[in-house]
Design a binder for this molecule. Sequence first.
Ligand code: FE
Length: 248
Amino acid sequence: MFYPENFCRTRAIKRPSKMIFRQFFDPASSTFTYLLASRENGEALIIDPVKSQSETYVAAINAMGARLVHAIDTHTHADHITALGDLRDATGCVTIMGDMSKALCVSQRVREGDLLKVDGIELKAIYTPGHTDESFSFVLNPAKPQAVFSGDVLLIRGSGRTDFQGGDARRSWDSIVNKLFTLPDETVLYPAHDYKGCTASTIGDERRLNPRLAGRTESEYVAIMEGLRLPNPAMMDIAVPANLACGQ
Ligand code: FE
């Protein structure tokens, strides 16, 4: 493995400012969840919430006097159960996924280039298949990209497995290299998981330092991904059916 000296160089990363930004971590599945609001007592949105943490999110939203209007899943997760259904029941929020998702409890489906606007916060949906065939990423403030929520297609010094749920290593390469890597270098990368204690990266750092991608060709990347031979996630047989049914 390739661990550069500045691995997890998070102190140098400029976090989104002029907004309320909370990053939650679910230790059981190593999942990151992001809560964004432009101000106290305003409207909020959440990305990739985990069912077992629903009460934590609701408490945080209530503490800032906010109203949750959007709950977004980047893709159908195989390693944890989504909180989309619980949050919709608790707050009346609109549940959002990409237009190819087969999940039942999605009340709004986004397509490539769609803009989500919540109280001054703008997210642009970009279709980034590869980890699954229905994964989307979301660019914060697309006019001058501040951050991207990449789900699992691009991880910090890694990338999401491509061996189930319609995954495809060539499409993963295309999504990362031809879409995510065209964002400005300073765009902060917020993935849905990290397994090594990192919390954020940047597009520039991943272009230079991601050991699966930096200096690689597409066929080298495909060979790496196809050679991973990972065991299935422990919760996969429970999580995927549950996530197609609102996490219930
Ligand atoms: Fe995933």
